[in-house]
Each structure stands twice: as C-alpha cells, then as structure tokens.
Design a protein around this ligand. Sequence first.
Ligand SMILES: NC(=O)C1=CN([C@@H]2O[C@H](COP(=O)(O)OP(=O)(O)OC[C@H]3O[C@@H](n4cnc5c(N)ncnc54)[C@H](OP(=O)(O)O)[C@@H]3O)[C@@H](O)[C@H]2O)C=CC1
Ligand SMILES: CC[C@](O)(C(C)=O)C(=O)O
Ligand SMILES: [Mg+2]
Ligand SMILES: [Mg+2]
Length: 491
Amino acid sequence: MGNYFNTLSLRDKLDQLSKCRFMDTSEFADGVDALKGKKIVIVGCGAQGLNQGLNMRDSGLDISYALRDAAIAEKRASFVNASENGFVVGTYQEVIPTADLVLNLTPDKQHTNVVKAVMPLMKKGATLAYSHGFNIVEEGMQIREDLTVIMVAPKSPGSEVREEYKRGFGVPTLIAVHEENDPEGKGWAQAKAYAVATGGDKAGVLASSFIAEVKSDLMGEQTILCGLLQTGSILCFDKMVEEGIEPGYASKLIQYGWETVTEGLKYGGVTNMMDRLSNAAKIKAFELSEELKDIMRPLFQKHMDDIIEGRFSAGMMADWANDDKDLLGWRAATAETAFEKTPAGDVEITEQEYYDNGVLMVAMVRAGVELAFEAMVDSGIIDASAYYESLHETPLIANTIARKKLYEMNAVISDTAEYGCYLFDHACKPLLADFMKTVGTDVIGKAYAKDNGEGVDNAKLIAVNKALRNHPVEKVGEFLRASMTAMKPIV
Ligand SMILES: NC(=O)C1=CN([C@@H]2O[C@H](COP(=O)(O)OP(=O)(O)OC[C@H]3O[C@@H](n4cnc5c(N)ncnc54)[C@H](OP(=O)(O)O)[C@@H]3O)[C@@H](O)[C@H]2O)C=CC1
Ligand SMILES: CC[C@](O)(C(C)=O)C(=O)O
Ligand SMILES: [Mg+2]
Ligand SMILES: [Mg+2]
C-alpha cells in the first residue's frame, strides 16, 4: 500500500482530477431501484453512518448496522444510536456475509483495519462503498477483484444530510466508481440509487472520480469550510472584546453570524451576501476581502499543493501513528479559546444586524470562498466541484457553529477535516495578526455607517459590483443553483 495518486502518470493525474460531470435529473429516473430489496449494511453509526442510514431507510431501503464487538458489548453511542432508531445491529460476522452493499462509514483513520476485517466476510460480487476516498487514493487500499467499489460523498456534515432530507431537499453529492473495481459494470447504477436514497439528487450530483473527490474535499474542509471559520471566529471575538464590545454580544454575533450571512451566500452567492450590506459597507467589505485575499493566498495555495502532492496525508498519517497527539492537543486548545468559553448573551440581534455589524465576517467569507475556489480550479479540479466544496458547503458548516460553536463543528465533521482545520487555523492566525491590528469595531461589532452624509462613490461601487459578479464562482454558482429548486430557508 502507498499513495495511489502519486503512482499515476501526470496525464492520468490530470485526467482523474478533472473528472466531474453535472448529472441531469433525468439520469435519476430509476430512483432507488438498483438497491431496492438489496441488503445494505452500514459499518459504523457516527456522523454519516446514522444520518445516511435514516435517509436511506426513509427512501424505502433495507438498512442494518455492523458494529465492532466492543461497541455492542459496551452499548456505546453507535450501538445506542442504531438500536434506538429501530435498526438491526449485529457483529461483522453476523451481518456482513448477508450484505449486497456494505457502506464503510467509519473514520478514515480506521479504513484499512475495517476494510481488512470486512472484506473476507463479504459475499462474492457484493459492493463496498465509501463516503470519502482517502483509503483508496492516499493509502492505496487494494480491494478484492470480485467486489465493486463505489463512492457516494455528501458535501456536508452528516447532521445536515439528515436535516436537508427532512426539509425535502438534500446536499450536493459526488459519486464515483473505482475503475479498478467494477467487474459487473453495476457501479454507476448503484451509486446513483444510493445518492437518490440520501436525497443528494435534489441538490445536485456530480459524476466524478475518487481522486477528484479526495483532493477537493480535503482542500475545502481545511480552508474555507472549517479552518477559516475557526480562525475568523477566534480573531473576530478577541478583537471585539479588546475594543470594549460586551463579550456576550460578541459571542452571539459570531456564533449565529456565520450562519446568517452564509444563508445569503447559499441563495445568491457572494453577490447576494455582499448585496445585503449598505453600499458603503459593501465597498468596505470588498476592500477588506481584497486585502485578506492577498495575505492568505499563499497559505491557501500551500494547502492545495500539500494535498495534491501527498504531504498533507503523510503528515496526518504520522499523527495517526503517534496516537493522534497533535489532533487531541489542538482539540483541547480550541476548547480553551475565549470565544468557545463565552456563552452567547441574551440579546436580540436581528437578521440584518448580523450583516451590518459583521462586515469583517462577510469579508472573510468572500475571501475564503474565492481563494479556495481559485486554488482548486488552478489545480485542475472542475469548477462545479470547487463550488460545492467552497461556496455551497460553507452555510452547512456554519449551521453547526450556530448549534454549539467550534466544539459542535469539530465534533460533527470527520476527524480528517478536524485535523486539517486546526492545521490551517494555526498557520492563519499569525498570518492575520498585523491585519487585525488595522481593523476596528466599525467593521466588527458595530454598524458600518460611512454613508451617513458622506455619500457613496458611484464609480467605485460599479467597479466593486462588477468584480463580484464576474468572479467564476458566481458564474458556475448561477448555473448550479438553478437546479436547486427544492432548497428551503433556514434563517
Ligand atoms: N463527518 C462528516 O460529516 C463527513 C464524513 N465523511 C466521511 O464519512 C466517513 C465517516 O466519517 P464520520 O461519519 O465523521 O465518522 P465518525 O467518526 O462519526 O464514525 C464513528 C463510527 O465509526 C465507528 N468506528 C470507529 N472506529 C472504528 C473501528 N476501529 N472499527 C470499526 N468501527 C469504528 C464508531 O463505532 P464505535 O462505537 O465502535 O467507536 C462509530 O460508529 C469518513 O470516510 C469521512 O471522511 C464524508 C462527508 C462528511
Ligand atoms: C467538513 C468537511 C467534510 O468533508 C464534510 C462535512 O463534507 C468532512 O470530512 O467532515
Ligand atoms: Mg466534505
Ligand atoms: Mg471530508
């Protein structure tokens, strides 16, 4: 075993990275038929395992869970979650041999062990599915030749996979078939049916590759989705308190602010989010975000390069081998930040106030979305995939911060995403230190009010609007959002 991507020729690498086709709704006309009546066993009942299982059962499929012996004997959370929701739960030996489709929804760190334990028990011609291709792409896992290997990767935390499904919508999903493991040619039909069963087809499905999924997923989660939201939360909170804003207000503005401003992003892209500001505040947010883009661009590019070249995965796997020393230390340090420890105050903040008093947060979101999108596309990832991994998923992650701050975000995302989030955060905070000295409460904590009497420079406003609307993330976003007709408001 070794890094599979790194064994490919440059031509094959580029070919795999660019595999991404937006699927037409007509391609899902068969619904869940390809999996109807099949026995589906999910290994692991955590963030993705539980929520995907609930959606798939509600879509009419036969779902049960395989858990390791100790989880059953000790009635761990995974056992309780599966059994309290009425699912059949068994040991690997009891349920894996009955499965037509096995979904490996355990943490990436465990995939090699889990797949090695599960594979000998799988019946001939069954299918093994992943929701993230790390094990195949970064570790080079070899799967038995008779087995079909597919991936259905929701571009969202598990909690939101469920919430969006219950709202009658879904989350954008990447599907793929591992070309080396499709002996019966049934991989795509099963992957499509699986995406329908989780609700993904309602939000948009990309037919992609394991490689394109892994490289884009790692990049999104480390930078804009989790890393920058963590950095922004800590820096904006500290700044406000330092400048005399009441800590409970500052805490609330951030905890719920990301969710509120990115709801605007979800509906109408960066353009709509920025349009929610007054004209003067929009110009200010644009200028701040241009500055932020210049400062953070090298860091975003470094993360993309490290991901593509395998340095990121090698570093994380070294931490796995070291009993997760870095991950656990960083997790503990996050819990000690002032933002995390200060409860949201009992103050009313209107939806518009989150925008007006959070100009810097809006600027950070714009900078992060555009930088992540640009770095992915520059590396050969297709724009639609880069859009899902930057713009569309940001609100879904922001929802988790609204629930229980950074603790909740880092608990519901995968361990892989959490590791990358801290890695980015630790590099980004010092990078923004000088910039943060230059900003005040007029852009974070209080309303930006420069247009009271001063007027707005029309020429500048026109140029800003043009720059925002012409960014490629806005172009592809307009196309992709046109098919999201079932999207429901949250805020
Ligand atoms: N988190 C997310 O929202 C997303 C995750 N993904 C991907 O989905 C997959 C699952 O991630 P996620 O849902 O975060 O995982 P979780 O950390 O939530 O998974 C926990 C589950 O895995 C089981 N588990 C842990 N260790 C082992 C082991 N050694 N052997 C068997 N079972 C084990 C746990 O059982 P036990 O009770 O025995 O400990 C528990 O049921 C990953 O590939 C991830 O990259 C993709 C998109 C988003
Ligand atoms: C946050 C990133 C993610 O990829 C996800 C929820 O999509 C993960 O690994 O958790
Ligand atoms: Mg993801
Ligand atoms: Mg991920």
